[in-house]
Design a protein around this ligand. Structure first.
Ligand SMILES: [Zn+2]
Length: 286
């Protein structure tokens, strides 16, 4: 309770907030995070960009899992953390929201000034010609080409993998780019791949305009997010974080709230009926 009052005071005191969100922001929408409270991997580490490009079997396995995971992800809805951050933006309190999530739930909740640092899972990009296309359209094609996989119920297992392990990924059929025949890849930044520099620069520019930082549901273990905390700390500006486990930046924080993001932020939600969506298991890992 003491922490909650401190969080309210922090957010009311600083009127130009730079907000960075991570997986913990979406867990109450049923999208599992990657790391446990100690910042360690909960499951197998996600596929790297290099392996996705070089290894056809690993690529088929990725798409097979993704086919099942995306069925669920399509139905995920924003929770009170997303809604509260959108409401804070509408009150003019947020200079920039930067998210490490690829689920689009901030935009679904009404946030407009969002940098999708790691891209969006609802978009596909061709590695040959660079053409971007809809993941929803590809999903339909994957389902038609792979009816056995499409029939799996990802909800049976926490990460949807139990049934998949018995299936032969080598038979999974992924179409090439309709324009150039190139490899299709989700338009998200994989491990081993850099964040596009213009996204980083836009975020850094927003840090200059902000007087404090709020980290929501990120362990900051990945440098792509940690660098913004570092820049904020170097500028001598205060940083608050809401995260259930330890973060890489704990010693840089002005305030740390060890709570669920939706619970901690609900007080800032200004719309009625803002109860959190029922958590559903979703497999979305790479
Ligand atoms: Zn292409």
């Amino acid at each position: 309770m003491e922490g909650m009052i401190a969080l309210v005071e922090f957010i009311e005191r600083y009127s130009n907030l730079f907000v960075l969100t991570g997986a913990g922001c979406s867990t109450d929408s049923g999208i599992p995070d990657y790391r446990d409270a100690a910042g360690e991997w909960k499951r197998q580490q996600p596929i790297t960009y290099q392996r996705f490009v070089a290894d056809e079997w690993a690529r088929k396995r990725y798409w097979a899992r993704s086919l099942v995971g995306f069925q669920r992800l399509q139905h995920a809805r924003p929770n009170d953390a997303h809604r509260s951050l959108a409401d804070l933006e509408h009150r003019g309190r947020v200079t920039q929201l930067v998210t490490q999530n690829v689920d689009g739930l901030h935009q679904a909740a009404g946030s407009q000034n969002v940098i999708d640092l790691h891209g969006r899972i609802d978009t596909v990009r061709c590695l040959g010609c660079g053409r971007r296309s809809s993941r929803h359209a590809l999903q339909l094609e994957l389902e038609q080409r792979n009816p056995d996989f499409a029939a799996l119920d990802a909800g049976k297992a926490p990460d949807g993998d139990a049934d998949l392990e018995h299936m032969a990924f080598g038979t999974f059929d992924v179409p090439p780019c309709a324009r150039c025949g190139g490899l299709l890849k989700p338009d998200v930044v994989f491990f081993g791949e850099g964040v596009p520099p213009d996204r980083v620069q836009r975020a850094m520019d927003a840090i200059d305009l902000s007087d404090a930082m709020l980290v929501v549901g990120s362990s900051l273990m990945v440098y792509s997010g940690f660098r913004f905390v570092k820049a904020m700390a170097d500028a001598g500006k205060p940083i608050a974080a809401i995260n259930l486990g330890r973060t890489r930046a704990d010693e840089l924080l002005t305030l740390k709230i060890a709570d669920r993001c939706a619970t901690a932020l609900r007080v800032f939600c200004q719309r009625p009926g803002g109860a959190p969506d029922k958590a559903r298991p979703i497999a979305i890992r790479a």
